[in-house]
Ligand binder design. Structure first.
Ligand SMILES: Cc1cc2nc3c(=O)[nH]c(=O)nc-3n(C[C@H](O)[C@H](O)[C@H](O)COP(=O)(O)OP(=O)(O)OC[C@H]3O[C@@H](n4cnc5c(N)ncnc54)[C@H](O)[C@@H]3O)c2cc1C
Ligand code: HEM
Length: 406
C-alpha cells in the first residue's frame, strides 16, 4: 500500500491536475499515440477527435486517485470501466504504456511545478490503480471464457442473416464460425465488433448491444447507420456494416460484457424506455421478460422520429397484443402524414414527466433506459422529479460515459 506521505501528495495534487485536465490529457494522447501507434487499433478515433475519450480516461484516473486510501469506494466504477476494457481486449501490458505517457504528459504540461516527489507519488498511485484494474479484468476474462460456449478475446462469427428493420437500422444475426454455441449473456449486455476495413490503416472496434433474448444459437445486433450530417463525416463502422458486410461474411467479436442488465431476481413492474437505436438492449429485455417472467408487468415506451426510422415496431406490437402484462407506447417527434392518418403514435413530441404519468399508474417500477443523450437527460430528470429512487434507475450510454445530472 502507499505510505501516508505519498497519499498526501496525491490528494493535494489531484485538484491541480484536474484544473489542467484538458491540457494534460490532450498531451497524453498525443504522446501515447506517437510512441505506440498500434494503440490506434483499439481506441475509437471519432471519440478522440471530439475530445470525448480524453475527458473519460484521465478524469477517471484523477477521480480514482482522490480515493486512493479508500479503494473500496471505486470498485463499482472500476467494474463498469473494466467491462468496457475486457470487451475491447485491453491487456496487462497496456497499463505501463498508459502510465508512462500520463506521467510524461503531466511533467510536460506542469513543467517545474511537477517535482520529482510529485511524479514519484503519481507513479506509485497509478501502479496501485492499474493493479486493481488488471486483477478485476483478469477475473472477467476468466469468467467469460469459462461459460459454456465462452471465449476470452475475439472469436470469429459468421453473418448468417442481415435484416433491414427501418430506414436506418439493420440487424445482423451472428453465429460462431467454429460451429459451437455462443455463450449465454444477460439481457442488456453488448459485444464488441472488430473490423478491418479496406483502405483503413487501423482496425476499428465498436460496441453493439445484443438485441434479442439469450439462449438462441446466434446473437443478434441491430445497428443504426450514422450518415454524414451537418458537416460531420459518416460513421466508419456503422456505414461499413450497412453497406459492405453481407451474409456469409465473418466478423471477429468479443464475448458479451456490461453491467447494464435486467434484474430478474425481482418481480417488480418494469418500464423499458428507449430513444432511436437505444431500443436494442430494451428489446432484448422485453423478449426475455416475456419468455422468463410472464407474470411481470412490462411497459415498453419508445421514442423515434417517425415510422420510417422506427425499428421492430411490428414485433413489439405483436408481443403487446399477445401478452396482457405487456403495454407499449410510441412517441414520434416528426410524424409523417401517414403516421397521423394511421394514428400510429401515442404522443407527438418528446418524452416528459406528464407523459410518463399519463401512461403509468405510479412510480413504483424499475426503470431502464437508453437512447441519445438529450433523450436520456429528459427521462432521468422526469424520473428524479417524480421521486424515483436512484436504486431503481438504470441506464446505458451508447458512447463514452457521461453525466445526466445537468
Ligand atoms: C455499450 C454500447 C452499446 C451500443 N449499442 C449499439 C447498438 O445496439 N446499436 C447501434 O447502432 N449502436 C450502438 N452503440 C454505438 C456504436 O458502438 C457506435 O458508436 C456507432 O455505431 C457509431 O460508430 P461508427 O463507427 O459508425 O461512427 P464513428 O466513426 O465512431 O463516428 C461516430 C460519430 O462521430 C462523428 N464524428 C466522427 N469524426 C468526427 C469529427 N472529426 N468531428 C465531429 N464529429 C465526428 C460521426 O459523424 C458520427 O456521428 C453502442 C455503444 C456502446 C458504448
Ligand atoms: C488505471 C488506468 C485506466 C483508467 C482509470 C481507465 C479509464 C477509462 C474510462 C473511464 C473509460 C471510458 C469508459 C466508457 O466510456 O465506457 C475507458 C475506456 C477505454 N480505455 Fe481505459 N482506463 C485505464 C487504462 C487503460 C489502458 C491501459 C488502455 C489500453 C491502452 C485503455 C484503453 C481504453 C479504451 C480503448 C477505451 C474505450 C475508448 C473509446 O473507444 O472511446 N484504458 N478507460
Amino acid at each position: 500500500m502507499l505510505n501516508e506521505k505519498t497519499i498526501s501528495v496525491i490528494k493535494s495534487t489531484v485538484p491541480v491536475l484536474q484544473s489542467h485536465g484538458k491540457a494534460i490529457t490532450t498531451r497524453f494522447y498525443e504522446m501515447m499515440f506517437a510512441n505506440h501507434p498500434e494503440l490506434l487499433n483499439i481506441f475509437n478515433h471519432a471519440n478522440q477527435k471530439q475530445g470525448r475519450q480524453q475527458t473519460a480516461l484521465a478524469g477517471a484516473v484523477y477521480a480514482a486517485a482522490a480515493n486512493i486510501d479508500n479503494l473500496e469506494a471505486i470498485v463499482p466504477a472500476v467494474k463498469l470501466i473494466a467491462h468496457k476494457h475486457r470487451s475491447l481486449g485491453i491487456k496487462p501490458e497496456h497499463y505501463p504504456i498508459v502510465g508512462q505517457n500520463l506521467l510524461a504528459a503531466i511533467k510536460d504540461v506542469l513543467g517545474d511545478a511537477a517535482t520529482d516527489e510529485i511524479i514519484d507519488a503519481w507513479a506509485e498511485a497509478y501502479q496501485v490503480l492499474a493493479d486493481v484494474f488488471i486483477s478485476v479484468e483478469e477475473q472477467m476474462y476468466r469468467d467469460a471464457e469459462e461459460l459454456p460456449g465462452g471465449w476470452r478475446d475475439f472469436r470469429n462469427f459468421v453473418v448468417v442473416q442481415k435484416v433491414q428493420e427501418s430506414d436506418v437500422i439493420t440487424s445482423f444475426y451472428l453465429k460462431p464460425q467454429d460451429g459451437r454455441i455462443p455463450s449465454p449473456f444477460l439481457p442488456g449486455q453488448y459485444i464488441s465488433v472488430k473490423l478491418e476495413i479496406p483502405g483503413e490503416t487501423y482496425t476499428h472496434i465498436r460496441q453493439y448491444s445484443l438485441s434479442d433474448s439469450p439462449g438462441k444459437d446466434c446473437y443478434r445486433i441491430s445497428v443504426k447507420r450514422e450518415d454524414a450530417w451537418d458537416g460531420k463525416p459518416a460513421g466508419v463502422v456503422s456505414t461499413y456494416l450497412h453497406e459492405h458486410v453481407r451474409e456469409g461474411d465473418v466478423l471477429p467479436i468479443s464475448a458479451p460484457a456490461g453491467d447494464f442488465v435486467l434484474d430478474m431476481s425481482v418481480e417488480t413492474p418494469v418500464v423499458l424506455l428507449s430513444g432511436g437505436v437505444g431500443l436494442t438492449p430494451m428489446v432484448s429485455m422485453l423478449n426475455t421478460l416475456v419468455e422468463k417472467q410472464p407474470e411481470r408487468q412490462v411497459t415498453f415506451i419508445h421514442a423515434a422520429q417517425n415510422s420510417n426510422t422506427h425499428a421492430m415496431r411490428e414485433h413489439v406490437e405483436a408481443l403487446a397484443a399477445k401478452h396482457d402484462q405487456v403495454k407499449s407506447y410510441v412517441l414520434y417527434s416528426e410524424p409523417t402524414a401517414e403516421d397521423r392518418a394511421a394514428c400510429a403514435f401515442d404522443k407527438e413530441g418528446f418524452i416528459d414527466l406528464a407523459f410518463l404519468q399519463s401512461v403509468l399508474a405510479d412510480n413504483q417500477s424499475e426503470f431502464y433506459f437508453c437512447g441519445p443523450v438529450p433523450f436520456m437527460k429528459a427521462v432521468y430528470q422526469a424520473l428524479k422529479e417524480w421521486g424515483v429512487p436512484q436504486s431503481r434507475i438504470h441506464y446505458e450510454f451508447f458512447g463514452p460515459l457521461g453525466s445526466l445530472e445537468e
